[in-house]
Design a protein around this ligand. Sequence first.
Ligand SMILES: NC(=O)C1=CN([C@@H]2O[C@H](COP(=O)(O)OP(=O)(O)OC[C@H]3O[C@@H](n4cnc5c(N)ncnc54)[C@H](O)[C@@H]3O)[C@@H](O)[C@H]2O)C=CC1
Ligand SMILES: O=C(CO)COP(=O)(O)O
Length: 331
Amino acid sequence: MARVAVYGAGSWGTATAVVLADAGGEVALWGRRPELVRAINVTRTNPDYLPGVVLPDGITATADPAEAADGAEFAFLGVSAQQLRGALTGWAPVIRDDTVLVSLMKGVELGTDLLMSQVIAEVTGAGPDRIAVVSGPNLAKEITARQPAASVVACRDITVAERLQQVLHTPCFRPYTNTDVIGCELGGAVKNVIALAVGMADGMEFGDNTKAALMTRGLAETTRLAVAMGADPQTLAGLAGMGDLIATCASPLSRNHTFGANLGRGLSVTQASAVMTQTAEGVASCVSVLDLARRHAVEMPIAEAVVGVVKDGVHPRTAVKGLMERAAKPE
Ligand SMILES: NC(=O)C1=CN([C@@H]2O[C@H](COP(=O)(O)OP(=O)(O)OC[C@H]3O[C@@H](n4cnc5c(N)ncnc54)[C@H](O)[C@@H]3O)[C@@H](O)[C@H]2O)C=CC1
Ligand SMILES: O=C(CO)COP(=O)(O)O
């Protein structure tokens, strides 16, 4: 039986703990608020993030990072991307140097433009064989309802990816291995930005043609960036790319889509932020994504339009007009 730690008792950390426990793992779920940890252990639910979902017996919550790390083969990291560096700096001293660090996050660090695997490497000094990523079309609520889903587990060391696949494999959750860590991470981070754009289109009551155009051209610009950064374009055609883009852009459960829809309906960024209780990673990461694009001389017009709306106060309708007025070009 695998002994694993999950750091972050939010929506996705908790849902991942459920998958790991369903797969037979003994799971220590670290939460930063002792009152939530107590509530999880007493009620066997996470009332703040996944109310109504009964947590399997294999999960024990703790507020002590050392207790969570004790004997863990894998440490899954599930806080919001902009908080990872600070949080991991606190946990790193208690995590054994043979524990594999697994990013659950879909964001790019502001200021450094680093992917989460790169932040993990920088903070802990771990090599590529100790850093992995889980990414794919995995909306937490559907996962905890045990609806059939697939995902990607990526590590440069395929044997580590295969072991990770085993510890996450359940009758409802089917992980595929990959060694393209950067491609998987970029697929996850950039689809959040595209989902903001699709959400805006929904909020402005545009129809499916608009959404299909944004998703398809969004995937094209994601793939351009990923290839420029050394990823395999096939990764972006898979679950961590197209798969996650479809789920996130289509689902009202997506926080990024919801945030974008509120902007499209006319809310300001401040108003849209005020009604969010969970993380919408694209809102911060769009800036780092665009930065990466500029550094790698890659055109990302949709990401640029999203940054215009989210950071520079451009009206979503003006942003659409800007996209439509771009010079005509071959596909
Ligand atoms: N919810 C979902 O369906 C999925 C989410 N993800 C990704 O997982 C990551 C986490 O998202 P969610 O769990 O959904 O967000 P969430 O908003 O539900 O939870 C975030 C968690 O991070 C914790 N946290 C925030 N700042 C912290 C800090 N400084 N120190 C320690 N803990 C801190 C919060 O207490 C909370 O437990 C994101 O990158 C998201 O893109 C990936 C796949 C699915
Ligand atoms: O990553 C997700 C699904 O795969 C969740 O998307 P949101 O963060 O937009 O809810």
